[in-house]
Design a protein around this ligand. Structure first.
Ligand SMILES: *Cc1c(COP(=O)(O)O)cnc(C)c1O
Length: 349
């Protein structure tokens, strides 16, 4: 039998994949987990929900029950909704279907760039301005010159936490012949109402939402809303059973608890304001205001502070390489936030 060596395998790999590194989502053991913008509040899964799941049957490929609930909650038509196994999968599909050039501001959510790279599409990253808002001069000139097929705008933006000016977003939608995807993963925590009400006004507007940041990260349920023509194009590449039965059932049932979900979102938003105030008081820390469930802050020796926090069992996100000298902390429960603040005060001296 012919032996295949490691280098032979590498040579089989497509050139644009060969030099990639896998997304670093490794689990770091910790006591207080504030690194991944998850909700500190989970939801119970009742036996009743689980018993109704048929393990031997494929899931509903259209996730009709869940779709109806979300359509009703957000006042959308079901034909304008498409589910993904997390919104990450939908980003993958959008770039697969429409291709590049893919334009996005930086710093922003890393997936837009990573997925473009793995699909071999051209990426154009435009730095945000000093206020972390969209640099219109540069973006409009790139639109004119490079005609991006896709523009990804995370608003509120991860990791900076601010919403982009809606006026600027609207200008970009109007100027672009390609699709503009407004990623509203953090919209529930924001004081702005987002772009869903404008969906029918713009054919090239796509809005991404997810349940991940409001207590359901483990289910992997994201969805996009767009014109039905866009939906039917994306449906051509969507894997037929991308949303499993358990996630569909649990999400559909849990979303009935609208009051509890809203209560938790409110708690997180008020804790965010409290944490922001506390951070302002610490010398050597510069926190940035946030419309999301996390706070970005600048600190000298961010690497050292990150490590010292981790030694105390507190995990935050080190933004090195994305936005230097910055750490990003997810809003936890009141108790978790207190532990974090106390530890940070201790390690900063
Ligand atoms: C977390 C995050 C997502 C990913 O959401 P999933 O639905 O969990 O895949 C998408 N966009 C932004 C900006 C995020 O921060």
């Amino acid at each position: 039998m012919k032996k295949i060596s490691v280098s032979d395998i590498r040579n089989l790999v497509k050139p644009n994949i060969r030099n990639l590194t896998a997304y670093n989502a490794k689990e770091i053991p910790c006591r207080v987990k504030l690194d991944a913008n998850e909700s500190p509040y989970g939801f119970d899964i009742t036996d009743e929900i689980l018993k109704a799941v048929k393990t031997n049957r494929y899931p509903d490929p259209e996730a009709k029950t869940l779709k109806k609930i979300i359509a009703k909650n957000l006042r959308l038509n079901t034909e304008n909704i498409l589910f993904g196994n997390g919104s990450d999968e939908l980003i993958y599909y959008l770039i697969t279907v429409f291709g590049g050039p893919v334009l996005y501001p930086v710093p922003t959510f890393s997936m837009y760039g990573l997925i473009s790279r793995s699909l071999g599409e051209k990426r154009i990253a435009v730095p945000l301005d000093d206020e972390f808002d969209l640099n219109m001069e540069k973006i409009l000139s790139v639109i004119k010159k490079n005609k991006p097929n896709l523009i990804f705008l995370s608003s509120p933006n991860n990791p900076t936490g601010n919403c982009f000016s809606s006026e600027r977003i609207l200008k970009i939608i109007a100027a672009s012949k390609g699709l503009v995807i407004v990623d509203e993963a953090y919209q529930p925590f924001s004081s702005e109402k987002g772009f869903l009400p404008m969906l029918s006004d713009y054919k090239n507007l796509v809005i991404l939402r997810t349940l991940s940041k409001v207590g359901f990260a483990g289910l992997r349920v994201g969805f996009l809303t767009a014109d039905k023509e866009i939906i039917s194009e994306v449906n051509k590449v969507r894997l037929p059973f991308n949303l499993n039965s358990i996630s569909q059932a649990v999400a559909a049932e849990s979303l009935k608890n609208t009051r509890t979900i809203k209560l938790y979102i409110g708690l997180i938003a008020s804790e965010r304001e409290r944490l922001l105030n506390e951070l302002w008081k610490i010398r050597g820390i510069k926190p940035y205001p946030s419309e999301a469930n996390f706070i970005l802050f600048r600190v000298k020796n961010s690497d050292k502070i990150y490590q010292k926090l981790l030694k105390k069992g507190i995990l935050v996100r080190n933004m090195k390489g994305v936005i230097d000298s910055c750490l990003r902390v997810t809003i936890g429960t009141k108790n978790e936030n207190d532990i974090f603040i106390r530890a940070l005060k201790g390690v900063i001296q």
